[in-house]
Design a protein around this ligand. Structure first.
Ligand SMILES: Nc1ncnc2c1ncn2[C@@H]1O[C@H](COP(=O)(O)OP(=O)(O)O)[C@@H](O)[C@H]1O
Ligand SMILES: Cc1cn([C@H]2C[C@H](O)[C@@H](COP(=O)(O)OP(=O)(O)O)O2)c(=O)[nH]c1=O
Length: 224
């Protein structure tokens, strides 16, 4: 049976990740794979309720982290693990790296506590209960916070995180860079300051170099 594949998409708000997830889903479908498209915070009815609170209600960093991980547990249990067990491709808009970047680096919350929660929440679910479920590949849209802020200013009403000052996003961006250094094989860094077409080409190239999409498809989906 085809092996499941878990890919997450990360980056600061306005990095441009949402623009590329659907195109990658289509590229996988074109190879005959079944794709589950999902997101965090959210991805299940319960986790979507927690998302609303996380994005709109005032709370401290520990509460943010607990809500993020509570939603993640439900999401893993109800959506991600079953889809991977069926051999599907799971494309997830944000996952645990976001908690380390936003609550850890951005809010300054204790990263050892986050590591403990990661261990607790992301094990005991797969066939092998010891297995810590993490993405196989993380596509990291790296962009200077100033560029992301300019894009967002033109785009939408900010939520609690998007309304943060540039210094917050400098810390979040550093948080992602730290995670990438700690796990270089998992992270595929995309220079997201470039135009959409160049970003899309980098995403397909990252898949192709990992043998996850055929070489012939790499050029076929560079347009939205
Ligand atoms: N490469 C790009 N160049 C310029 N603008 C972009 C680019 N990618 C996305 N955008 C625009 O920037 C804004 C934020 O993009 P989005 O995909 O929603 O980011 P994210 O999901 O990472 O927060 C949107 O208005 C989008 O149209
Ligand atoms: C997954 C996750 C997201 N977040 C934040 C990052 C984003 O600012 C916000 C929602 O992410 P996102 O879905 O990317 O927002 P949008 O739909 O506006 O593109 O939640 C955390 O603070 N911690 C987390 O664990």
């Amino acid at each position: 049976m085809t092996q499941g594949l878990f890919i997450s998409f990360e980056g600061i708000d306005g990095a441009g990740k949402s623009s590329h997830i659907a195109a990658l889903a289509q590229a996988f479908r074109d190879t005959g794979r079944v794709v589950t498209l999902t997101r965090e915070p959210g991805g299940t009815p319960l986790a979507e309720k927690l998302r609303e609170m996380l994005l709109h209600d005032g709370m401290d960093a520990l509460t943010e982290a607990l809500l993020a991980f509570a939603g993640r547990r439900d999401h893993l249990r109800c959506v991600i693990e079953p889809a991977l067990a069926r051999g599907e491709v799971v494309l997830c808009d944000r996952f645990t790296d976001a908690t380390f970047a936003y609550q850890g680096a951005g809010r300054g919350f204790d990263r050892q506590v986050l590591s403990y929660l990661e261990q607790l929440v992301q094990t005991g679910l797969a066939e092998d209960p010891q297995r810590l479920r993490n993405p196989d590949v993380t596509i990291w849209f790296d962009v200077p916070p100033r560029v992301a802020a300019q894009r967002l200013a033109a785009a939408r009403t900010p939520d609690r995180f998007e309304a943060q000052p540039e210094a917050f996003f400098e810390r979040v961006a550093q948080g992602y860079a730290d995670r990438a250094v700690a796990d270089p094989e998992r992270f595929a860094r995309i220079d997201s300051s470039r135009d959409r077409e160049a970003v899309a080409a980098q995403v397909m190239e990252a898949m192709r170099t990992r043998g996850l999409l055929g070489a012939d498809l790499a050029g076929a989906h560079t347009h939205e």
